[in-house]
Write a protein of this length. Structure first.
Length: 192
């Protein structure tokens, strides 16, 4: 189902006028993608604060509805910019200079459609490897990839959300994809 960005802006305006159902509809549309973006950007060492940052993001959306300008960006881009800033604020407070990937227990819960036990093991291993590769990306590449893959943002929206130029956003996404392709092709070569 394609989401209508104009509808998002109308829902946010309705929320600003006191319509609680309008905010609920926006939340339902973007909740999972926003939370996934936050957890992927944080990485496993900081997952314990993901719920708090997610809540702070939505509180900021609710409290600043009047500041949203549909002419400047889509609601999704505005939401992910707020979420990114919450994550960055957390890192600043924790004095996190860079993130290193660790084991991802959540990847073990990835839905798996392989019909045989061997295919299931291979699928889980590939998912673990992919998630670990995403989490090992430098923060700028990881958040760009997450905004693109999870948030569905365009490169222009990512550039505005990250205060980077369009070419920088494009490069970050290209480097992230290249790294992930290398990891996956290495997995396929090892299997072959």
């Amino acid at each position: 189902m394609e989401l209508d960005p104009l509808d998002d802006a109308a829902l946010l305006r309705a929320h600003g006028r006191g319509d609680r159902l309008a905010f609920g509809r926006l939340y339902d549309r973007y909740d999972r993608r926003c939370f996934s973006f936050i957890t992927r950007t944080l990485g496993p060492p900081h997952w314990d604060v993901a719920e708090d940052l997610h809540q702070e993001t939505w509180m900021a959306v609710a409290g600043n509805a009047g500041a949203y300008d549909a002419g400047r960006s889509s609601f999704a881009a505005w939401l992910f910019t707020i979420a990114r800033n919450k994550v960055r604020d957390h890192f600043r407070k924790q004095k996190v200079a860079f993130l290193v990937s660790g084991e991802d227990d959540a990847a073990m819960k990835v839905a798996d459609t392989g019909p045989t036990p061997l295919e299931r093991v291979e699928t889980r291993e590939l998912a673990l490897k992919l998630v670990a590769a995403v989490e090992a990306l430098p923060l700028a590449q990881r958040e760009t990839f997450a905004m693109f893959a999870l948030g569905g943002l365009t490169l222009d929206e990512i550039a505005r959300a990250t205060d980077a130029g369009a070419e920088t956003a494009k490069s970050r996404l290209r480097y992230a994809r290249s790294t992930l392709r290398r990891v996956l092709s290495g997995q396929r070569c090892a299997d072959g």
